[in-house]
Design a binder for this molecule. Structure first.
Ligand SMILES: Nc1ncnc2c1ncn2[C@@H]1O[C@H](COP(=O)(O)OP(=O)(O)OP(=O)(O)O)[C@@H](O)[C@H]1O
Ligand SMILES: O=C(O)C1=C[C@@H](O)[C@@H](O)[C@H](O)C1
Ligand SMILES: [Mg+2]
Length: 169
């Protein structure tokens, strides 16, 4: 089985995905890291050198490659991945999808405490700009995220809850 975690930057896809994979003894794939390895460049470099439009094509190709390569895995996707090329439909067809719906206030707290430079969409922004960007982006992306098979709400989503819901679905 493939399990896809989707949601905004900072919602905890990578953190929770790694924990869930370890509990299930599944492979863990972080789509951002997979894409970086495949292209031999960082996410920041790909944005800078290729532009966002091309980045989204490379991201889609990486998603298809992951599905080819792994029949059983927990896959944490990039924050924007579900919102381009019907990638959410593709993920729903190839596995179970979980949307980590963490409030924007909590996400901004986490991101502002982390290194903004590795997230090109936030690099160089002030605190107010980061918050405004997240609110704006989520209001557009929610329609895609909500097509996930299961949505988890909350400030602190535990791997235990994720595993319970997985067993019930
Ligand atoms: N449940 C949690 N409680 C508190 N902090 C958390 C939690 N999950 C993740 N974090 C912190 O929030 C930050 C972002 O988490 P993470 O990298 O897992 O998010 P992400 O969804 O993978 O983001 P991106 O889309 O940018 O890759 C990290 O600094 C992480 O330590
Ligand atoms: O929300 C987004 O659009 C992004 C999230 C990250 O995971 C990376 O895929 C990249 O920084 C873009
Ligand atoms: Mg991540």
């Amino acid at each position: 089985m493939r399990i896809f975690l989707i949601g905004m930057m900072g919602s905890g896809k990578t953190t929770l995905g790694r924990q869930l994979a370890s509990r299930l003894q599944y492979a863990f794939v972080d789509l951002d890291a997979y894409l970086e390895e495949r292209e031999g460049r960082s996410i920041a470099q790909l944005f800078e050198q290729e532009g966002q439009e091309r980045f989204r094509e490379l991201e889609r190709e990486a998603l298809e490659a992951v599905v080819q390569e792994y029949g059983q895995a927990v896959i944490s996707t990039g924050g924007g991945a579900p919102c381009f090329f019907d990638n959410i439909g593709f993920m729903n067809r190839h596995g179970k999808t979980f949307f980590l719906d963490v409030p924007v206030e909590e996400i901004s707290r986490r991101l502002l405490a982390s290194d903004l430079q590795v997230r090109p969409l936030l690099a160089g922004k002030t605190e107010e700009e980061v918050k405004a960007f997240l609110l704006n982006t989520l209001s557009h992306r929610r329609q895609y995220y909500e097509r996930a098979g299961t949505t988890l709400h909350g400030e602190s989503i535990s791997v235990k809850l994720l595993q319970q819901l997985l067993n019930n679905n």
